[in-house]
Each structure stands twice: as structure tokens, then as C-alpha cells.
Design a protein around this ligand. Sequence first.
Ligand code: UDP
Length: 266
Amino acid sequence: MPAADEGPSGLKYHRGVLKISGEGFADPGQRGISMQAVEHIAEQTRAAAEQGVELAVVIGGGNILRGAQFTSQQSSIHEATAHYMGMLATVMNGLALQDALESQGCQTRLMTAIRMDGVAEPYIRRRARRHLEKGRIIILAAGTGSPFVTTDTAAVLRALELEADVVLKATRVDGVYSDDPEKNPHAVLYSQLTYQQVLQQRLRVMDPTAIAQCMEHDLPIMVFNFHKPGNIVRAVRGERVGTLVHSAAASDAPAQPSAEAKDSEK
Ligand code: UDP
């Protein structure tokens, strides 16, 4: 799905799915929920919504629990049960984000893929679209509602069914690197990549199922550093703030190191 052309609003993207991993909800190196971290997410999200972009936020749960933690044979918890626990973790993050956004004056709806009457609305595609059209930020929790996948896949599936024109993948580093930049100081930051390059080089962007879905539907992914204030606003305006993953046809040259990375090599 090609990105919409920049219109009078100056926005390149009019409807985006923002994927925030659970780690964004905790203090660095910690687990659980830090309200300071949640308020930071809320501020950045509000700033983007104020630009006029329709935003659906898909929440991870890794700060609390991931199903894969319980996959060992010694565990008495069935793997599927563990994944449901992971999905429930995302709802806790979603509730925290909803209150933080509303305390900043945003209109929101929390929608869950597992029914939780009394806590959140059930996710219904048409209803979700309606909320977006009315300018509400929708927070999508409990992933896809099915075990054995991650919230990366949930973000891409929701982007496709809600006809978003970009997946905004918030990370704590500046984009996609050739290696882990927190361990290898020589890792190169790419300004753009194709889906094939991400899959073939096993680059850490999103899980392979999510990348394959984006490739099939030509849905661009913008990977950017969420901790740098204003980055999400720049991302929705179409400025290059990290790494853009898109189709070969849209890419003028494969695996471009970013200007930032080139400067740091000098
Ligand atoms: N999960 C699942 N189905 C989904 C989405 C998530 O089973 O559709 C489970 C899975 O166990 C996953 C956990 O919920 O590990 C938390 O999500 P994720 O690992 O994607 O969180 P993040 O890494 O983004 O914090």
C-alpha cells in the first residue's frame, strides 16, 4: 500500500499504526510499568495526533511478560496459556497509556482483541475506523487475540485492515542497524531497506511474519527512535528520522547507510 502523497496538511501519512513495545513502558533495564515512561509515550503520541494524523497504537507487553518465557519443557504452564498471559500484559500497558493520554486532553478508546467488558471495548474493525475518523486515538491491546504470534504481527494486521498507510515502529535506537548498536560500536545505521533485505539479513526490525505481511501488501515501516522528542511528528510528516523499510520499487538504492552513520564513521 503506497504512502499517501503529501497534502495541504503537510502530512505524508494520514493514518498510521504506531507500534510501541512493552519495554517503552518501563524505565531502561527495568520491568513493570513506569508512569514517567508512559507519560513520555503519551506526550509523543499526542504531539503526532495534533498534526492531524489518525493514530492507532498497538501495545506490546514484554515489560511484563512474553509467552516465550514459559516454553521450556519444565514449565507446567502450557505455551498457549503463556501467550494469553502475554496478551493480558498488553492490556495493563494499554490502560496506563489511556489514562496518560486522557490526562493530556486526548480523546481515546481502548479496544481489546480479547473481550473484557467493563475494562475496554471489543476490537471491531468498523468501530475502530469510526473512532479514527472522529479524531480519537485508539489503543489496540491483547494483540490479535490468538496465541503464538507477537504484537508486531498484530500491528501489521491492524494496519492492513484499518487501511493505514504506514507502520511506525518505535524503538530506543535510531533505526535499523547492521548489528546491535548497543553491543557493536561499528554497526551501520541504514536510512532505507527493502523487505527482502530485512528478511535475508535477518535484521532486527519486526518479526519475520510481520515483515512478510508488509512485503505482500507493500505497507511501509518507519523504524525510529521514540526517545528523541519530536521524532514521531517528523515521521508522520514524511521526514527521514530513522530507517524506512519499503519495496524494492520504492527504493532508489538498497541498504543505504544513513548520513548520520557516515558522519560517525569519519
Ligand atoms: N501475544 C500473543 N498473540 C498476539 C500478541 C501477543 O500470543 O497476537 C503474546 C506473546 O506471548 C507475546 C506477548 O503477548 O510475547 C507480548 O507481546 P510482545 O512480545 O509482542 O510484546 P513486545 O515485545 O512488543 O513488548
